[in-house]
Design a protein around this ligand. Structure first.
Ligand code: SF4
Ligand code: SF4
Length: 182
């Protein structure tokens, strides 16, 4: 299906909105953990002045964790593989492009709201660890595991054990997920 670069980015932002990632970002940013930090396209108090397909598709460790745990990560990655020209904080994606497979949105706002609450509480105990280090560890473990394709069940189990250990303080999140999310 023919679409445009702008429509793909609008769709990506809508998808994130349904997941509820803005709540997590809001906690992260208020404690100094923004992934936009130092970018020349960031206007103080206004936000990004050069939205691009690369940043729209990119997931930090916290978001990789949520996407992995809710079974969305493969599909999300596959969707963005259809979009050419992604680069670091910019893109050369053509104005018009073909997308074969769109991805259905999922409303995970209750889950992400609880993750944000847990994060906000944990940040009080160790700001540097919970805003920077943990995000980085989650990013490294999950992206390394998904770089190996196909991801077999033993690797998934091993990854899940590490993730569970790292995120055991996120009790509201884990309790809600266990009872309400498959
Ligand atoms: S690092 Fe993650 S949680 Fe923080 S602002 Fe960026 S995308 Fe949001
Ligand atoms: S280009 Fe990317 S990193 Fe830079 S401000 Fe925009 S979203 Fe943030």
């Amino acid at each position: 299906m023919k679409t445009t670069r702008q429509e793909v980015m609008d769709w990506g932002l809508h998808f994130m909105n349904e997941i509820g990632t803005d709540e997590i970002c809001s906690v992260c940013i208020s404690y100094g953990g923004s992934c936009c930090s130092g970018c020349k396209h960031l206007a103080d108090g206004v936000g990004c002045q050069s939205r691009n397909t690369s940043c729209t598709s990119w997931l930090c460790g916290y978001l990789l964790f949520i996407f992995h745990e809710t079974g969305l990560l493969y599909d999300w990655n596959e969707f963005w593989e259809q979009v050419p020209g992604k680069a670091y904080r910019q893109d050369s994606t053509p104005h018009e492009l073909d997308i074969e497979n769109w991805l259905g949105t999922r409303d995970l706002r209750r889950l992400t709201a609880l993750f944000s609450k847990d994060l906000e509480e944990l940040v009080q105990t160790d700001r540097q660890y919970y805003v920077v280090r943990l995000n980085d560890l989650l990013y490294r473990y999950i992206s390394a595991a998904y770089a190996i394709s196909p991801l077999d069940q033993n690797s998934v189990n091993s990854l899940n054990r590490k993730l569970h250990r790292l995120t055991k303080g996120f009790q509201r999140y884990h309790t809600f997920k266990k009872h309400h999310i498959r």
